[in-house]
Write a protein of this length. Structure first.
Length: 143
């Protein structure tokens, strides 16, 4: 069942979601992603932003032009990996949105290059339709 008001994409009977990850608002697919990542040996920060003023990372929302958000910034040892979750509305409707996504990915990769980060990995929403799918996806990606 699709409910568009709250942006819950899938009706998963018995699933209890909090709507938060690391005390920040999260969609159903973001929360499933976080729970799946929690089952691996990777750590992460949720909703890290690239500040256009300082050119560095911050968790403060400044809402400035040129500010980009990384949904999950994963890290393990010396490895840093930005993960972007693509929801069904904001990433798949129009060509201009695809161009914006590519620009966002380019800016994030450039900003994190100095840290030796792995290039952005985009995660499409259907891989996060339920917790079992999310677990399988992130297990195959991260382990």
């Amino acid at each position: 069942m699709w409910r568009f008001g709250k942006r819950d994409l899938y009706d998963n009977p018995g699933e209890v979601l909090t709507g938060e990850v690391q005390n920040k608002r999260a969609t159903d697919i973001e929360e499933r992603a976080a729970r799946a990542i929690d089952k691996t040996d990777w750590d992460y920060r949720f909703r890290v932003r690239i500040s256009p003023q300082a050119g560095g990372l911050t968790e403060e929302w400044q809402n400035l032009p040129g500010e980009y958000e990384i949904d999950f910034l994963l890290y393990r040892g010396n490895t840093i990996w930005p993960i972007l979750i693509d929801g069904e509305v904001s990433h798949f409707l129009a060509l201009w949105q695809k161009v914006q996504d590519e620009q966002r990915e380019s800016v994030i990769n450039a900003a994190l290059r100095k840290y030796g980060a792995t290039p952005v990995k985009r995660v499409e929403f259907w891989w996060l339709a339920d917790q079992a799918k999310a677990n399988r996806f992130f297990r195959s990606l991260l382990l």
